[in-house]
Design a protein around this ligand. Structure first.
Ligand code: GTP
Ligand code: MG
Length: 238
């Protein structure tokens, strides 16, 4: 188990990579990508800022619908990118015109189904509203990939607004609905769950069979040794 200090240090290396309004504008990457999804205003951007210990990395706002593009953030020490976080626009915001909603739901579904380096999905949910119909649809979309190993966490946000008993109840309901994935309470305000989530995401991004660059495991075969081609280099920020 990685220590909270190491996991939080790794999270703190986050820096802006790119923003895209459409899927084909996203760069092809070969490092693990972890997507933050959920209803508008659930607290996705705030969660990313809290985990990375950076106030304004992702734009958070009281006004729902603040995030309108897919924003990618690189993680990794000393300029070495070893994972990417993706902040996705929220869904279900009533004031968004219907056509835009449908367009966005398609982009989101396509992203979740086709993004090759997608390793994990963090679904944020305000426990006072529970998992909604749109959350369920999204769970259906990713289910086949979860069965193939996609990691999955339901994060019940704004836990500071719940009593202990309400929190425990929300957790057990979400566990039933999420079926299989991990479920946690999270509060950006009280920093509840921050260390555990950072550690979990570190493990998702550093599976034992994927040695960290420059950190060869003695006796382990080289990565891709049977593929016979040099892995594509990872684009670096200038
Ligand atoms: N009390 C409390 N408020 C929170 C917490 N996390 C987020 N909020 C508030 O919830 C609101 C929405 O947060 P955002 O992080 O912008 O939500 P989002 O999911 O990124 O929203 P979209 O970009 O519209 O999809 C803001 O007013 C935050 O301050 C929390 O842990 N506790
Ligand atoms: Mg946002």
């Amino acid at each position: 188990m990685v220590t909270a200090k190491v996991a939080l240090g790794w999270m703190h290396t986050a820096r802006f990579l790119t923003t895209a309004a459409q899927l084909h504008h996203l760069p092809a990457l070969d490092v693990p990508e972890i997507a933050f999804v959920g209803r508008s205003n659930a607290g996705k951007s705030t969660c990313i800022n809290t985990l990375t210990q950076q106030k304004q990395l992702a734009f958070a706002s009281k006004k729902p619908g603040r995030t309108q593009h897919i924003n990618l953030f690189s993680l990794g020490k000393q300029g070495v990118q070893d994972a990417v976080l993706a902040d996705l626009p929220g869904y279900g915001y009533a004031a968004v015109p219907k056509d835009d909603k449908i367009r966005w739901q398609r982009v989101m579904a396509n992203y979740l189904v086709t993004r090759e380096n997608l390793t994990g999905v963090v679904m944020l949910c305000d426990p006072r509203h529970g998992l909604t119909e749109l959350d369920d649809i999204l769970l259906d979309v990713i289910r086949p990939r979860v069965e193939q190993g996609l990691k999955f966490l339901v994060l019940l946000t704004k836990a500071d607004k719940l009593t202990r008993a309400e929190g425990a109840k929300a957790l057990s309901i979400a566990r039933l609905q999420a079926g299989g994935g991990e479920t946690r309470l999270f509060s950006a305000l009280k920093r509840q769950g921050v260390e555990e989530v950072a550690q979990l995401l570190w493990h998702w991004s550093h599976p034992p069979d994927r040695p960290v660059s420059g950190d060869a495991v003695p006796g382990a075969p080289a990565v891709d040794s049977d593929v016979g081609e040099i892995p594509a280099s990872i684009p670096q920020r200038p």
